[in-house]
Design a protein around this ligand. Sequence first.
Ligand code: CO
Length: 208
Amino acid sequence: MNLNKVFENNKKWIATKLSEDKDYFEELGKGQNPEFLYIGCSDSRVTAEDLMGLGPGEVFVHRNIANMVISIDLNAMSVVDYAVEHLKVNHVVVCGHYACGGVKAAMQSADLGILNPWLRNIRDVFRIHKNELNAIEDEDKKYDRLVELNVQEQCVNLIKTAAVQKAYRDRNLKVHGWVFDVHSGKLIDLKIDFVGILKNIMEIYHLD
Ligand code: CO
């Protein structure tokens, strides 16, 4: 791909935005007030704003391999803290996707070097839900289900943070688990029982 094309695209995008609203960039320059924090996969097919139909300024985004929320990941934890404590988002979304290469890699016996410790967290999700997953004979269905359970466990990881616990108590912050189906474009709400999980894990993880 000729990279000049990217800058051409940018010029066209500016012109389109200004034709719709001449003050568009002036407003954008004033600051952000996003309603959502979106934590998704780095996969190039899963673009937060596109799949939610939102534009610049509407969603604070963090992406990594397989949409993980790991308690010692300074990057993810800083994003959660900033979005929840400072931007005061009302919804935190973990969005996984079917056909996720990170989840697939974690289902295989292979030494992937530096990726091992990252993928280990997905293997831990498999171990926690081993009975359910091993009862699924169809490999593709098992793969899809691990994608969903990984989203669920990352929601649990969010609920373990002090920032989310405090914001839930103070202003009823919500945590959501979604899956994007790359085969159909459909966004699926896993309807994670946020309040139930919170109550269930509070005995051990209560921080605030
Ligand atoms: Co992925």
